[in-house]
Design a protein around this ligand. Structure first.
Ligand code: BTN
Length: 258
């Protein structure tokens, strides 16, 4: 990875400082352990993760040299319960950046999976540190499958995961994609800071493939099926159950039924 190439294209506040590692446990873990004085927008980037973290306690497979594993440190002046906005903002930024650079029709599956042709191409794991009910840092961890072949994926995820290479038949510069993501994040993060939920949520809604579909959501021990009607101001999914009740769901695993 050529950090200078990324820095040359970074235009905003996020990504001015980049710490690069060949191998780490998890870039999110490194970011969370940095001292409090570490400036906002600092990025941790790695070629390979040995304990990449996924959502819901899962492992994020992180083979070397072909993908993006990065964590961005933010210090937003918002309430801890509003960090869902940060995750939505990151998904919007990644989807737009990937669309622009790769030309693929990336969509967002609630809450923040990056999808193409019904398969997962990337994910976002947001982890927050608080003290006395105030945010110390929010670490936005981004993992995207870029230049790997489907044949190299473990067999059990070949049907549900993909990479940019697999979708386009081409190799892409990871540096270019990273710079574009950071530039988009700088732009959309500003809306979080000025609390312009409307603009952010409406862009998320434009980019999602979840709303208006019959879906199944596994949330903790419970499973719900229904019509994905909308998301509310806090980023919760509003699911219309067969009984007519409108259920709001804060996290879970979603499958699109039709
Ligand atoms: C998901 O489960 O969809 C979220 C995956 C997030 C993976 C990224 S890779 C960089 C960062 N470091 C981690 O350990 N996880 C995130």
């Amino acid at each position: 990875m050529r950090i200078e190439d990324i820095k040359a294209e970074v235009k905003g506040q996020l990504g001015r400082e980049i710490f690069f590692y060949e191998t780490v446990g998890s870039t999110n873990a490194i970011a969370a352990d940095l001292p409090e004085k570490t400036p906002e927008g600092t990025v941790i980037l790695a070629e390979c993760q040995q304990k990449g973290r996924g959502r819901l306690g899962r492992l994020w497979l992180s083979p070397p040299g072909i993908n993006i594993y990065m964590s961005v440190i933010l210090r937003p002046d918002i309430e801890p319960r509003d960090t869902t906005l940060i995750t939505l903002m990151a998904a919007v930024a990644c989807a737009l950046a990937l669309r622009r650079v790769t030309g693929t029709l990336i969509t967002i599956k609630w809450p923040n999976d990056l999808m193409v042709s019904g398969k997962k191409i990337g994910g976002i794991l947001t982890e927050m540190k608080t003290a006395r009910a105030r945010i110390i840092s929010v670490v936005v961890g981004i993992g995207i499958n870029i230049n790997g072949d489907l044949a190299s994926f473990p067999e059990e995820i070949r049907g549900i995961a993909t990479s940019v290479k697999n979708e386009t038949g081409r190799l892409f510069s990871r540096e270019r994609i990273i710079a574009e993501i950071l530039n988009e994040m700088t732009r959309w993060y500003r809306l979080v800071e000025v609390r312009d939920r409307e603009a952010l949520l409406s862009e998320w809604k434009r980019l999602t493939s979840t709303l208006g579909k019959e879906v199944m959501v596994i949330s903790g021990q419970q499973t719900f099926s229904g019509y994905a009607e909308s998301i509310n101001n806090e980023g919760l999914l509003l699911l219309r159950l067969p009984s007519g009740e409108l259920k709001s769901i804060s996290s879970g695993d979603l499958t699109i039924l039709k």
